[in-house]
Each structure stands twice: as structure tokens, then as C-alpha cells.
Design a binder for this molecule. Structure first.
Ligand SMILES: Cc1ncc(COP(=O)(O)O)c(C=O)c1O
Length: 351
């Protein structure tokens, strides 16, 4: 008899290629991170906290939930903080899905949804995204049954960057009142698309957000969930009382106090870098998925060789397979200068 749950032995760990990445040696365009450091205010707040002689004390989160609730526009009872949105995703799946239940997780998508559902031994249904139409709303609706406990909507999806319309999302919410609809708004500040305002209307809606991407704090692991108060109350029973690192709270508070630093970066990425890369791809008739986030999934000729060449030039991008088995490169958008650099390197490869 296996020591742990038997199905775990058939699974692989989720192990993204993190090794060898270096901010000194590389332009990191492979994990959809912010490509510039956080503000001096955030750094100072962290240093001040470390020097204040409090590291030996368990975390106390103060009024961070209220501060975030105000930023998001919900009531504090409708929000809980998590150790990155990965923990939020895990909590939702653990709370909703039992062995044999069905989870609808369209593919390709962010690996954590599937990983967490597999840990719960769920039956996973994965209708495919389409480059023209994006999220497979029709197929998701058709797959809903009495056994469906979870439906994932990555908003926008990673790796493709596509978004689901509010109407489609509400159709799904209405069609599956007994399933949790997890809307992952990890890239919200880039896409500016949110359904947090629908939380009062739909008891089955849970929204996940993070400070990893736009706010540039993935190393500190801070995210949050938004849902109706009764749902948050249940999810809080699973999260540990100290799961969120105190330093992340310090950094988030400092970042929220000076939002322009983040807004200026988002503006440059979305209004300058993104159109630049898109028009460069258009001119060369290189196929890519329409993205509302800080990354573009493009289908270059000789993608493996191009990714290797870029790596030699100190630029990391992420190879990702599309539903037809074609390899694309997901390129994170940095500031204008960084985007020009990656374009010049791609041009040099094909010369
Ligand atoms: C769609 C999506 N959701 C969640 C995450 C995880 O973010 P966090 O660092 O908050 O756990 C990622 C990270 O790549 C992502 O792409």
C-alpha cells in the first residue's frame, strides 16, 4: 500500500524552468514578470522593517485586507490575502473539488490549475482555446454537468493572453450555479478587465489576483481572493494563520501608497512596447495570439533555434506548445528599450 494517496505517484511536480535565471546576466522575458525593479520606496520600507528588529515575531497583517478591499472596490469581508495567487488557486480547488469530481480547465493554460485539480484526483476536462475565438465558451457550457465543481477562466489566459467577454463569463456563472467559477485576474492591471464587481451578484464567483506581475513582487509571494463573504469565510478555514510573509505585507503597503510607479510602467508596456512588437510581427506576417496582457505568444520559424540564439544574447523567452502541437515563443513585454532589444536580436537571428 502506498504511503501517500496513490494517484500522487502517477503525477509529476510542477517544476517551471527557474534555474540559472539571473537579473544581472539576462533580460528576463520568460515569466511575464515586471522587467524593472520595484520603487525605492518599496525597497526602503523593506529595509526599515528588517532593521526594526521584528523578524523574530509572527506576522501581523494589520489592516491590509481593508486597504486592499478599498483598492479593489469590495468590502473587507469579501477579500482574503494569500501566499501568491498560486495559494489562492490551491485553496479554491481544495475547498471545492473532491476525488472524482469534474473540473473544467481549458487548455493550454497556466499549469497550477491542473496541478491542484490532479492533487484532488479530479476528472479534468480541457476544451481547447482557439486563436481566433479564444476561450472555448461553447464547449465549456456543453461540458457542464451535475458533477462539475470547478470551472477555470484565466482572464487573460497564460500563455495566449486572450480574454473572455463579460457576457460569456456571466453565461458560465449562470449555467453552473453549483460549481465554483475561478476567474484568475493575475494580469488585471495590464488588461484592465475585471469581474470583481459581479461578486455580489454571483455566489459561485471567486476572483484571484496577485502582486507578482504588474507590481513586481513575485519573490515575496502575495496574492488575494475576492468572493462573497460566506465563501471567504470557508476558504479562511483552510489557509494557515501565518501563510503570508510579513515582508510581502510591508512591500504591498508601500507599493499601494505610490501607485504611479506601477501605473507608469504599465502604460509604457501596454501603450508603447506592445504596439511596437505587434506591428513588427504584423509587418513580417508572423502569427501571434491577440493578447491583453504583458506578453505575446508568437509563432516564429525555427522557434527552438531562435530561443537558443536569444539565450546566447542574454534574452530568455518561454517556448510553449499550441493545441495543434506547434511551438510558439511567449515573449514578455518589458519597457520600450528592452522590447527594441529583443526585436533587434530576433532580426539578427534571421539575417
Ligand atoms: C495566469 C496566472 N495565474 C497565476 C499565476 C501565479 O502567480 P503568483 O505569483 O501570484 O502565484 C501566474 C504566474 O505565471 C499566471 O500566469
Amino acid at each position: 500500500m502506498a504511503l501517500f494517496k496513490e494517484h500522487l505517484y502517477q503525477m509529476a511536480a510542477y517544476a517551471p524552468p527557474l534555474e540559472g535565471r539571473s537579473v544581472e546576466k539576462h533580460l528576463l522575458l520568460d515569466f511575464n514578470e515586471r522587467t524593472l525593479p520595484v520603487s525605492d520606496e518599496v525597497v526602503e520600507a523593506l529595509c526599515d522593517f528588517i532593521r526594526s528588529g521584528q523578524l523574530q515575531k509572527y506576522p501581523s497583517y494589520g489592516d491590509i485586507v481593508s486597504e486592499l478591499a478599498e483598492y479593489v472596490g469590495v468590502s473587507p469581508e469579501q477579500l482574503m490575502i494569500t501566499n501568491g495567487s498560486d495559494q489562492g488557486i490551491d485553496l479554491v480547488v481544495r475547498a471545492a473539488v473532491s476525488k472524482g469530481d469534474r473540473a473544467i480547465i481549458p487548455a493550454p493554460s497556466f499549469a497550477m490549475y491542473r496541478q491542484c485539480a490532479e492533487v484532488e484526483d479530479a476528472e479534468i476536462l480541457s476544451p481547447e482555446y482557439d486563436r481566433e475565438t479564444g476561450y472555448p465558451t461553447g464547449e465549456v457550457l456543453a461540458e457542464i454537468s451535475v458533477d462539475t465543481r470547478l470551472i477555470v477562466v484565466a482572464q487573460p489566459n497564460n500563455p495566449c493572453g486572450t480574454i473572455v467577454s463579460r457576457d460569456d463569463l456571466q453565461m458560465i456563472l449562470r449555467a453552473a450555479p453549483d460549481a465554483v467559477v475561478l476567474v484568475d485576474e493575475c494580469y488585471y492591471e495590464y488588461s484592465q478587465q475585471t469581474v470583481v464587481d459581479l461578486v455580489d451578484k454571483y455566489p459561485n464567483l471567486v476572483v484571484a489576483r496577485t502582486f507578482s506581475k504588474t507590481w513586481g513582487l513575485p519573490s515575496l509571494r502575495f496574492g488575494f481572493l475576492v468572493s462573497q463573504a460566506n465563501n471567504i469565510e470557508q476558504l479562511l478555514k483552510i489557509r494557515g494563520p501565518y501563510d503570508i510573509n510579513q515582508l510581502s505585507i510591508v512591500a504591498v503597503r508601500a507599493a499601494l501608497a505610490a501607485p504611479d510607479y506601477t501605473k507608469d510602467y504599465v502604460r509604457e508596456v501596454m501603450e508603447e512596447s506592445k504596439p511596437l512588437l505587434e506591428s513588427w510581427l504584423d509587418e513580417r506576417k508572423i502569427t501571434y495570439w491577440p493578447s491583453t496582457a504583458n506578453y505575446i505568444w508568437a509563432f516564429f520559424k525555427q522557434p527552438d533555434q531562435l530561443a537558443a540564439y536569444l539565450q546566447e544574447q542574454g534574452i530568455l523567452v518561454r517556448p510553449k506548445m499550441d493545441p495543434e502541437g506547434k511551438l510558439g515563443l511567449r515573449v514578455t513585454l518589458g519597457n520600450l528599450e528592452q522590447t527594441r532589444r529583443v526585436i533587434e536580436s530576433i532580426e539578427a537571428f534571421y539575417r
